[in-house]
Design a protein around this ligand. Structure first.
Ligand code: PHE
Length: 341
C-alpha cells in the first residue's frame, strides 16, 4: 500500500509539473483525485486493511492528497501568471511609435481671401446672401433695368439654357440684389459671393467661370460717400492702410451714377509698370447707386430709400493679395502652387 501511495505521489506530481495549460491540469486532477481517480481507488480499499495499518496508511493517503492538491494549486497559479504575461507581451502597444499623419489639406487662396472679405463686411454689419447659379433672365436683366434688346443680353456673352433666353447661367452676382430686395425690407446690408459664368476664352486674366462678391446696401439717406467708404475700407483692410483707390465714371444699366473702381498698382505704386500695363492703376470692381427703376421694380419706395451696389471680382482680389501673376494657377489645383498658402 505504502509503495502504491508513493508511486501515485511521484507520478501525479510529475504529471502536474508537465501540465502546460489549465485543461491539462484539470485532467491530472481528475486522474488522481477524481471519483474514479487512482488515489480515490486506494482510499476505497482502506476497509480491507488491518486495524494497525489503517491509521498509518490513512494518514499517508491524506498527506499525499494534500500534497497533490497543493501542487495543483501552485501550478494553476503559475499557469495563469504565465498566461497573463503572454497576453501582455502579445498585446503590447508601443505608444512611442510615431503615428500615421492624416493630411487635412489647406485653404485655397481664394477661400482665404473670401473669408477675409466676408469678415470685413460682416464686421460692418452686413450679412451674407446667396442666389442660384442657374438664374432667370428676368432677375439678371429685366429687373436690373436691361430690357429686351439691351446689348448685355447678347447670346455671344452668356450661356443660355433655353431658345427663348428665359433661363441662363448667371454672368454676374447682381441678380442676387433683386432676390434680396424682393424678400427683405430695408435697411438692407448684404454681400453675396458666388460663381458666375461668361463665354470667355481662358487666358492669364480670364476664365469662363469666375467668382464675384456682390454688395448691396439700401437704407435712408445712402449716398455715394457711403459706397466710397465701404469700398475703401475693403481695399485698405485687404491690402494695407496705404492702398489707394480711384473711382472712374462708368455705365451699368442697374446703377446711376455708375463707376468702376481701380486700386493703385501694388507693384509700382502708381508709376506704371508691366503688371498694371503702364496705367499705374488696376481695375477691381464695378459699382454705383442702385437705379431708382431697380428699387421701384422690387417694391422699394425711392422717396424714402436709396442704395448702393458693387460687384467685385474675387480672382482679381486674390491675385493682388498674393502677387500671383496668372489666374489659371487658381484653377489648376497644382499642389506645388497651393501648398504655398
Ligand atoms: N455686375 C457688374 C459686373 O459684373 C458689377 C456691378 C455690380 C456694377 C453692382 C454695379 C453694381 O460687371
Amino acid at each position: 500500500m505504502k509503495k502504491i501511495l508513493e508511486d501515485i505521489k511521484n507520478s501525479s506530481l510529475a504529471a502536474v509539473q508537465s501540465a502546460d495549460d489549465p485543461s491539462a491540469l484539470e485532467a491530472v486532477r481528475v486522474n488522481y483525485l477524481g471519483k474514479k481517480g487512482s488515489l480515490t481507488a486506494v482510499l476505497k480499499q482502506m476497509g480491507s486493511l488491518s486495524a494497525e495499518e489503517r491509521p498509518v496508511i490513512g494518514q499517508l493517503a491524506n498527506q499525499v492528497r494534500s500534497e497533490i492538491e497543493e501542487a495543483i494549486a501552485k501550478k494553476a497559479q503559475a499557469l495563469s501568471e504565465e498566461l497573463l504575461l503572454r497576453r501582455l507581451e502579445e498585446e503590447k502597444l508601443d505608444v512611442t511609435i510615431p503615428g500615421t499623419k492624416v493630411s487635412v489639406g489647406k485653404k485655397h487662396p481664394m477661400s482665404i481671401v473670401l473669408e477675409e472679405v466676408v469678415d470685413i463686411f460682416t464686421g460692418m454689419g452686413y450679412s451674407v446672401a446667396e442666389g442660384p447659379e442657374v438664374e432667370y433672365s428676368a432677375n439678371n436683366f429685366d429687373k436690373l433695368n436691361a430690357p429686351e434688346g439691351h446689348p448685355a443680353r447678347e447670346w455671344s456673352d452668356t450661356f443660355y439654357f433655353r431658345e427663348d433666353s428665359s433661363v441662363l447661367l448667371r454672368p454676374q452676382t447682381s441678380p442676387v440684389q433683386v432676390r434680396v430686395m424682393q424678400t427683405q425690407k430695408p435697411p438692407i446690408r448684404v454681400i453675396a459671393p458666388g460663381r458666375v459664368y461668361r463665354k470667355d476664352e481662358v487666358d492669364a486674366t480670364h476664365s469662363p467661370m469666375f467668382h464675384q462678391v456682390e454688395g448691396l446696401v439700401v437704407d435712408k439717406g445712402i449716398t455715394m460717400g457711403d459706397l466710397k467708404g465701404a469700398l475703401n475700407t475693403l481695399v485698405q483692410r485687404l491690402y494695407g492702410k496705404d492702398a489707394k483707390t480711384r473711382f472712374r465714371p462708368h455705365h451699368f444699366p442697374f446703377t446711376e451714377p455708375s463707376c468702376e473702381v481701380d486700386m493703385q498698382c501694388f507693384e509700382c505704386q502708381g508709376a506704371g509698370c508691366r503688371v498694371c500695363k503702364g496705367e499705374g492703376w488696376i481695375e477691381i470692381l464695378g459699382a454705383g447707386m442702385v437705379h431708382p427703376k431697380v428699387l421701384e421694380g422690387c417694391g422699394i419706395d425711392t422717396s424714402v430709400y436709396s442704395g448702393f451696389a458693387f460687384g467685385v471680382g474675387l480672382e482679381r482680389l486674390t491675385l493682388r493679395r498674393f502677387n500671383i501673376s496668372d489666374m489659371r494657377l487658381l484653377f489648376e489645383n497644382d499642389m506645388r502652387f497651393l501648398n504655398q498658402f
